[in-house]
Design a protein around this ligand. Structure first.
Ligand code: M6R
Length: 610
């Protein structure tokens, strides 16, 4: 989604803005631009397409300035053209870069147009620039003008504003979408994501909903929703520029897949104490309540939703608790009934997904015993908006496809299920042994990564396909969903997942010799059922790709492509371990098709609009 960066300094900051934009590229965008206050006048440069195109143009016609803003735009209102790229101008008096959506922009645009304002873009953002311009023309200072203009907008968004009338200042606002202020030496910054600021600072003040910040090179003044001066705590981040280096890897996604053993190890370490799950993983207050919990509700999107579905099985099997998992955008509108002593858990790698944030806000009104968050980003809106959170330790994930973030979510969720089971009186020996199985995951993931070369070879079988079905049973069904999600988002091959037993209730009609079917076949109590499903596929000429335990004795049949895990996983380990070859498969298919695996088309790293 869109990205914002702003800098007020005592040096030419155009290179800083362009570098900030490059660091925001991972979020997904389709045009880019920057605006600078140059000798008191506003100048801008915008280009559709990649930041590299903007940089090329900048080299042809450089701009200079000590105060400026820049933006990567992910088109919502209007095509990704130069005209619609941010920053938006009102004359050469006001420049605005904006993330999110102004829901009532049509009414405002009509009013402004009737009043004689001429619009030069199709965006909702341009309204903001003209509204602020009108308030400034009425004699207000920038902070007051912005506050009064923003008060008219509906929706969830963040903005940065430059005004020729106050050439030393940048105005930054947080209205539901993230905005952080970075603190430097004789310079200050604003950004929608700390990734933009990693080379220049580790010190941040995170704005809260409704805050405005007025930055100059020497000062940061923050005011709260009511216009009162407020202090927001200074946070020192552990992330530096090295956190997003690609190193020797060809793609971030590849690097992130290969970091998974480390990431899972780092995530598990603080959750295990004395060989048992630490009940206080969400804080001591939640730990004390675990034994009283009667149900768990989970809300999440995309891969995090798939992680929630796997967790449902663990929570049911180990803690014997009912668990419902909802897509966050659905939870908002049809939340399940909330029984007494029910836990709510939001799962979000970024902690900035608008739907998950909205579901969590809704959950907070509903009388849950506790509202919890599982996130990879300590400073995210999600973590800051709930009282109790658990952090995965994946490190920054740059590739749009979730890999190490998902695996660390699974590791943390397994421990959460075991903590619930322990609090509800399961035998300590059983929990201890399951904890050991979880602790063995990093080593087993390392072994699986050795299958990389084989998966690169096998990926050739998928390149020319248009449709792939993924089949799994029990906890392997959400793993199949994750495999299908990875393949479709990276390779643009239509991929769907089915609980294998559903095959004959409809999807079997699609199976012919052009259809590839990926089946996940751990050697569990459901294997004989799965075998029958695979026979149904073979009988219709479908090409089978079976990922199985080494002892499942599958793959000798004609035409079946078999990939065997190096060692048979336990039931707890299987969903985590079977995910890894599917990630590698999707990665290699996409690379072989020549796609940008780190930034697949039309997608964004964190989806900050609902
Ligand atoms: O940051 P989140 O975990 O909230 O993101 C949720 C989804 O947008 C995300 O998992 C998405 O589906 C990924 N592209 C999947 O690879």
């Amino acid at each position: 989604m869109c990205g914002i960066v702003g800098v007020a300094a005592e040096r030419d900051i155009a290179p800083l803005l362009l570098d900030g934009l490059r660091r925001l590229e991972y979020r997904g965008y389709d045009s880019a631009g920057l605006a600078l206050l140059d000798n008191g006048g506003l100048k801008r440069l915008r280009r559709p397409g990649e930041v590299a195109r903007l940089v090329e143009e900048f080299e042809r016609q450089p701009l200079e300035g000590e105060v400026g803003i820049a933006h990567t735009r992910w088109a919502t209102h209007g095509a990704p053209t130069e005209q619609n790229a941010h920053p938006m101008f009102a004359g050469e008096r006001v420049a605005v870069a904006h993330n999110g959506i102004v829901e009532n922009y049509e009414a405002i645009k009509e009013e402004l147009t009737t009043g004689g304002v001429v619009f030069s873009s199709e965006t909702d953002t341009e309204c903001i620039a003209h509204l602020i311009d009108a308030e400034l023309s009425a004699g207000k200072d920038l902070a007051t003008a912005a506050r009064d203009a923003l008060a008219r907008l509906k929706g969830s968004y963040s903005v940065v504003v430059l005004a020729a009338a106050e050439p030393d200042a940048i105005l930054a606002a947080h209205r539901g979408a993230p905005m952080v202020v970075g603190l430097g030496e004789s310079e200050n910054y604003a950004a929608s994501d700390i990734a933009a600021l990693l080379p220049v600072t580790r010190r941040y003040r995170f704005l809260r909903d409704g805050d405005l910040a007025l930055l100059t090179r020497g000062s940061v003044e923050i005011t709260g929703a009511g216009g009162e001066a407020v202090e927001r705590p200074m946070v020192e981040s552990e992330f530096g520029p090295e956190s997003v280096e690609r190193g020797a890897y060809r793609h971030y996604m590849q690097k992130e897949i290969f970091e998974q053993a480390r990431a899972v190890r780092d995530t598990l370490l603080p959750l295990i104490s004395g060989g048992l799950p630490d009940a206080s993983m969400f804080g001591p207050e939640v730990g004390a309540k675990l034994g009283e919990i009667t149900a768990v509700h989970i809300a999440a999107c995309g891969s995090a939703f798939n992680a929630g579905l796997v967790a449902r099985q663990w929570i049911q099997d180990y803690a014997k608790l009912p668990c419902t998992v909802e897509i966050a955008s659905e939870y908002r509108y049809r939340p399940p009934p909330c029984p007494p002593n029910c836990l709510f858990l939001a799962i979000s790698q970024s902690g900035e997904t608008a739907d998950t944030l909205a579901a969590t806000r809704a959950a907070r009104e509903r009388g849950y015993r506790a509202v919890l968050a599982l996130s990879n980003v300590a400073t995210s809106s999600l973590v800051r908006n709930v009282e109790h959170s658990l952090l995965t330790r994946a490190g920054l994930e740059v590739g749009v496809a979730s890999t190490k973030a998902l695996l660390t979510q699974l590791a943390a969720l397994a421990m959460m299920a075991l903590a619930l089971a322990r609090a509800r009186g399961s035998r300590e020996e059983e929990i201890r042994s399951l904890t050991q199985e979880a602790a063995a995951l990093p080593g087993l993931i390392e072994q699986l990564l050795e299958m990389d070369g084989r998966l690169a070879e096998l990926a050739g079988n998928f390149r020319g396909r248009e449709h792939v079905l993924f089949l799994g049973r029990g906890p392997m069904w959400p793993v199949a969903m994750e495999g299908a999600l990875k393949l479709k988002e990276l390779s643009y091959i239509h991929a769907e997942a089915y609980a294998a037993g559903e095959l004959k209730h409809g999807p079997l009609a699609l199976v012919d010799d052009r259809m590839m079917i990926v089946a996940l076949a751990p050697n569990d109590g459901l294997l004989h059922k799965l075998r029958s499903n695979l026979e149904e596929v073979r009988a219709r000429g479908g090409q089978l790709f079976v990922v199985s335990d080494p002892d499942a004795n599958l793959g000798h049949e004609d035409g079946m492509i078999a990939l065997r895990l190096p060692a048979p996983p336990t039931a707890l380990q299987a969903p985590v371990l079977y995910t890894v070859p599917l990630q590698l498969l999707a990665y290699h298919v996409a690379v072989q098709k020549g796609h940008d695996v780190d930034r697949p088309r039309n997608l964004a790293k964190s989806v900050t609009v609902d």
